[in-house]
Structures are given as C-alpha cells and as structure tokens.
Design a protein around this ligand. Structure first.
Ligand code: GLA
Ligand code: ZN
Length: 668
C-alpha cells in the first residue's frame, strides 16, 4: 500500500518542481500521474512535435526517485485539429455537434481521430516506453465522462450498421429480433437502420423513450464496444514499446452515474483497473456505504487489487465548491480504499491551479503551495502506509457473498424502468448496504463468472440471461449454492423483448414459482410480513403462486393480501429464494441477517451506525479495519484481544475510535 499524486508540472515554473518533489518525498509519495491533457504541448501544430518538455519532466522524476504513470492525452483534442478536421466531433443525443471548450468532444468512431490518437500514442510510447521513471500507463482520461460514450453522428451510424450486419447477418433476422412489424418499422437493408436519437416521440417524451427498445439496447452495446475498441487501439500501440502495465481511470457510481461502458469487458484489456473517487463536492455528497460499494466494484472487475487514480484531497467543484474535508477524512478515505482492495491511492491533485476551469478544485496544497493542514494529514498517512507495507502485502477482503451486476440488465432498465423510481444501480446498492452494515464484504460478479467460491449469490432484477448464463446459475444452485432472485428477473430475452413464458420466465423452475400478476407500486405502498418482519414495498409487488417453493412472506394488504411475497425452493443441493417485492431498509436488513444465519455465516462484530468494518488478508496476515465515518467518537465492542497496528495498543473488550479515525486490528 502506498500513495501518490496527480501532478501537472507544466502548470508551474520549473524552479518550483524541486520544492514539490521534496515535499512529496517527505509525505512518502511514491508515484505521480502526469500528462493526460497535454496534447497541445506534444503537438502544438499538425506538423510540429515537441518532446523536450516531457523528457525533462521524466528525467526529473527519475532523479528524484518518484515513479510515473504516463498518460495518453486523447481526452483533449487540440484546437488546430478540431478546426481542420471537424469530423472528429461527437454529435449529442439531439444530433447537434459538440463544441470546443472543455474536453472529451471527440467521436470514438472517427477514423481521423483514431488515427491521430494512435499516431501520437505511438510516438510517446516509442520515446518513453523504456524510460526508467515510467512504471505504468493510463489510457485517455475517464472514458465516457459526461455522457460521451454514446455519440449520435453519421460516422457512428455507419459503424453501427456494420456492427449490426456482423451481429445479425441478414436484415430479416434483425427485423425479427427487433419486432419491427410493430409501428411499421420494417427495414429493407442495414443501410436504413437509424441511430435512436431523442425526440422521436414529440409530445410525450423528449428523450429516447419512444424508440424501439431492442434497437436502443443494441445501440448501447455498440457504443460501449466502440469505446473499448478505441482504448484497445492505444493499449496495443503501447504494448509494442513497453512492458509496463496499462490502466484507465474509471468513473464512480457513487456520485456520477454509470458511463454506459461495460467495465467488466473494458477491464479485460487492462492490466489493472483504477477509478476516481470524489466524495464531497459540487455535484453531491456520497455516503460511506456507496463509496465502499464503488471500491467493491473495482476489486471485482478484474478480481485483483486496484488503484484509486484520483482521490479527493481538498474542497472541490468547478463553479462552486463542496465542503472542505474535515480533519481525518483524507486519511480515513485512504484507509477505506485500502481496506476494500486498493493498493495505491493517488490524490487529485497536488496543488490547486490558479487558472482554467478547475481553479476551485483544491488539491492537497492550496494555490499558495504552502504546507497546510491537509498536507500534514497526507504526511501522516504516507508515513503509516510506509510502515504498514513493511509487513503487509496488498490486502483484500474475502467475500462469501456476491451480487450479480449485468450491464445488459442495467442498460435495459435505463431504457424502460418498469415503474417510477426504479433504478437498477440503487436496487443493487440496497442489497449491498445490509452486508456493509454487518461488516461482511460483498463482491460483484457477472452471470458468467465462476460462482462456486460464494455461499450466497444475489441477482437483483436480472432481466435477461442467455442459455449459458441460465445454466450456470442453475448449476450453482444445483451444487449447493444459495441464490436469491427478485421481481423482474428472467422476464426478457437478450434482444430486450418480453418473454412469452409466465413470469419469472426462464427462472420459473429454478425458483419453483409462477407469478400470476404483478402490481407496479405507482404512488402506493404495500405491506407484507415474513421472515424479514414487517415490510413495505414502494416499487413492485409480484403476486407469487408457489409451485414447488415454500412461502416465507405474505402480503398483508390490498387484493393480494395472503398471497406470497417471498419464497424458497430447494433446487438440487441448493436453495433458491424469490423475493417478489422490494423491501424497506430495515426489513431488507432483517432478511439478509436471516440468510446469513441460514448459511451459518458469522457476522464479525456488533454493528454500529457509521462504522465500517472490513476483514482483509494479504494471503499471510489477517487485518480488521474498523473505520469511523461518524463526526463523533465511537466505542466498538470486540470479541478478543487485538493489537492495534497503528497505535500499537492492546485493544481488549472494546476499541475507542475518534471521529473520522480508524483502527487496524491484527487478527493473526
Ligand atoms: C475528473 C478528472 C480530472 C479532474 C477532476 C476534477 O475526475 O479526471 O481531470 O477534472 O475530475 O474535476
Ligand atoms: Zn460519432
């Protein structure tokens, strides 16, 4: 475990670099990430290349023993390029071209842009591929940031048609898959297929709601593939000249919404994954549980340690700022990352920049560059990491519970959400939280992953699976796994069309139920009662008819009072639960506790609100992180006597933890 910073040497006078490097060394900062927006420095004009500035920077860090993550600068095409080659611009969802002025205004399918990118990446990789300062590479910056994954230009339309031809072969097959007989949409050739833009439905919606849902889902898949192909082109070029690992920084789901990129797929091409963690800023304040969930996603994409490539380190925003991180938070956020599987945490940014869009985006240092309270906290954190890493390798929680995350389902739910207020991402989070509260780690998996290491697999609102995925889930249960399915599972095919089988469609046999009818909870709330105690549903109620399953909960209201809300079905050696409704937080917490007790999963310590507990291992040692996200001190009960690895105190019976503080208990 170690720390680093995002640094922009080109923003500062050279004389200052030395002071910065000394201050970094004092804070045990081991790595800097540089160069992700520097296109116009490398190439100020179409036929002029300059590298001397970067030569100097890399040599400087080499001399100062700080290693570098070198980025490819494709997030910011320069002005000469957009002026001369306007076809590199993206079109927005209404078909209007983007403009110069911020960043990420390029189309992933523009051949011009792909060529410009590959050619510059090649020159950079050739020149620095063997530079001793470079320890890793970052492709682009936040692929898909600010809704840029989906472009609606003519270039994309052509590429999409090509993608469809490869997928379907004949237009008849596409027509069948899309059900184009509905509303006279039958296509005669792939060249006729449209890009589903907004505004097709004039009065009732100004978004894409009225478009064909099968077409939309394919367009989302195609867009994700386009970004992944773009990234892959840069990766392949780098690999020709360097054997250093390649990453790209992902966006969080805690405050920003999903990017529309299948991160599982993108991760396959990366050597390690990383993400940008902003917790309290202009655009929102994330709960500790959702940040924990984001870390869990990141450790799941590749099933290996990850980095935080940008970790908030000061008050930040563009036009206005979020709060200053209160004392202890920078250190606590760092430990939260490490506990959940990060091995490097890089702070954004070293020092606040006096100019440009992000002049309010504070780093560790303010604009004045002087050591301050936040710097002192980073110095402390860096010293602790240095000390801990002498005896500990990369730590990782060992999860016995997994939640299925399917990008197909996520996108389908975002196309048509079935009922007001349903959000796939939030629904997944609602299952993560009870375990977070109990201190039990949860991984995220795809339906096609090997699930055998998990005691419990939860597949919330898993709308669609293919034959293979269905078989995999069945054999997981068959061999003794416990599976929890919910309403809106197995009801669609992979074309985003409803199945003709009775709900829950392909999962009927597995769950041992039939759903006679369902009641979307629009402006109503329905109560039920079961092993979860009293429950309230705000989103959805499946009226379940058990076939081979046994009832564990019943509705207590409305015309379906007495009908099943929750069931369990023995399937092979395993159990399959079917939850027909959403539940309020406390009922869901109770239900997850019930499942843990059924599975004899022991819950670590007592639960205290706002206290995150994560048990981790590096393969040799076991460490329990107890993190107090509350603005007040807590006293946490302990079962045994432990050594606190930070204070070196023996903790017996209880451990007291100050506001925003952490205890690292050695479990060996
Ligand atoms: C993002 C980007 C950075 C910077 C910060 C602050 O996450 O990756 O370049 O813009 O946010 O806005
Ligand atoms: Zn495009």
């Amino acid at each position: 475990m170690r720390i680093g910073v995002d640094y922009y040497p080109e923003h500062w006078e050279k004389e200052r670099w030395k002071i910065d490097a000394e201050m970094m060394a004092k804070a045990n900062i081991k790595v800097v990430r540089i160069g992700e927006f520097a296109w116009s420095l490398y190439k100020p004009e179409e036929n002029r290349l300059q590298f001397q500035w970067m030569d100097e920077i890399l040599d400087f860090f080499r001399e100062h023993n700080i290693s570098v993550v070198l980025c490819t600068p494709s997030a910011t095409p320069p002005k000469w390029m957009t002026d001369k080659y306007p076809d590199i611009y993206q079109d927005d969802i209404h078909g209007n071209p983007k403009i110069f002025g911020t960043r990420k205004h390029y189309c992933f399918n523009s051949e011009t842009y792909r060529n410009f990118t590959s050619s510059l990446v090649e020159k950079i990789a050739k020149r620095y591929g063997q530079h001793p300062a470079v320890e890793a590479w970052q492709i682009d910056n936040e692929l898909g940031w600010a809704n840029t994954t989906r472009c609606y230009c003519e270039k994309c339309r052509k590429e999409f048609q090509h993608w469809l031809k490869t997928k379907y072969g004949t237009i008849e097959k596409l027509n069948k898959a899309y059900g184009t007989v509905f509303w006279s949409q039958i296509y005669n050739s792939f060249e006729q297929v449209i890009i589903p833009k907004a505004g097709a439905c004039y009065d009732t919606c100004h978004d894409t709601q009225g478009q064909n849902p099968a077409l939309l889902l394919d367009y989302y898949r195609f867009s994700s593939d386009s970004v992944i192909r773009f990234a892959k082109e840069s990766i392949d070029v780098i690999k020709k000249f360097s054997d250093k690992p390649v990453t790209s920084n992902f966006l969080d789901a805690a405050v920003n919404s999903g990017t529309g990129i299948d991160y599982f797929k993108l991760s396959e091409n990366l050597d390690f994954v990383s993400w940008d963690n902003y917790i309290e800023f202009q655009w929102g304040i994330a709960e500790a549980a959702t940040v924990s969930r984001d870390h869990a996603l990141l450790r799941s994409y590749k099933k290996q340690p990850f980095w935080v490539m940008e970790q908030q380190s000061g008050p930040c925003g563009w036009s206005k700022m979020g709060p200053a991180p209160t004392p202890g938070k920078l250190r606590l956020w760092t430990y939260q990352a490490v506990a959940n599987g990060a091995d490097t945490v890089v702070y954004f940014r070293w020092r606040a920049c006096p100019f440009g869009t992000e002049q309010y985006w504070h780093g560790i240092l303010n604009h004045d560059g002087k050591p301050n309270r936040r710097y002192d906290e980073i110095v402390q954190t860096g010293a602790e990491m240095e000390q801990l890493s002498k005896s500990l390798g990369a730590l990782k929680p060992t999860a016995k519970i997994a939640i299925v995350k399917s990008f197909d389902s996520e996108w389908s739910h975002s196309i048509h959400k079935h009922v007001e207020n349903f959000q796939y991402d939030q629904f997944l989070l609602s299952f993560y939280k009870p375990f977070y509260n109990m201190g039990m780690p949860v991984d995220f998996v795809t339906p096609y992953d090997d699930l055998s290491e998990y005691s419990l697999v939860i597949a919330p609102a898993l709308l669609m699976v293919n034959e293979q995925e269905k078989n995999d889930l069945e054999s997981y249960a068959n061999q003794g796994g416990t599976l929890l399915l919910t309403f809106r599972s197995g009801v669609k095919d992979k074309n985003n069309n409803m199945l003709k089988e009775t709900v829950p469609g392909v999962f009927s046999e597995l769950a041992g139920v039939q759903v006679e009818e369902y009641d979307p909870q629009f402006q109503k709330v329905t109560s039920s009662s079961g092993v979860y105690g009293k429950g309230l549903s705000n989103l959805w109620c499946d009226i379940i008819e058990p076939v081979t399953a046994k009832t564990l909960g019943v509705y207590t209201q409305d015309y379906y009072a007495g009908k099943s809300s929750l069931t369990v079905n023995h399937f092979g050696k395993g159990d399959v639960y079917y939850l027909g409704c959403d539940l309020d937080d406390s009922a869901l917490q109770q239900f997850m506790k019930y499942l843990c007790s059924q599975l004899k999963l022991t819950v670590p310590l007592y639960s205290i609100d706002g206290v995150e507990k994560v048990e981790t291992t590096d393969g040799k040692h076991r460490v329990l992180f107890v993190m107090n996200h509350n603005p007040y001190p807590v006293i946490v009960p302990l079962n045994y006597i432990y050594q606190n690895m930070l204070t070196h105190n023996q903790e017996q019976g209880t451990v007291s933890i100050a506001a925003n503080d952490v205890a690292l208990l050695n479990l060996d």
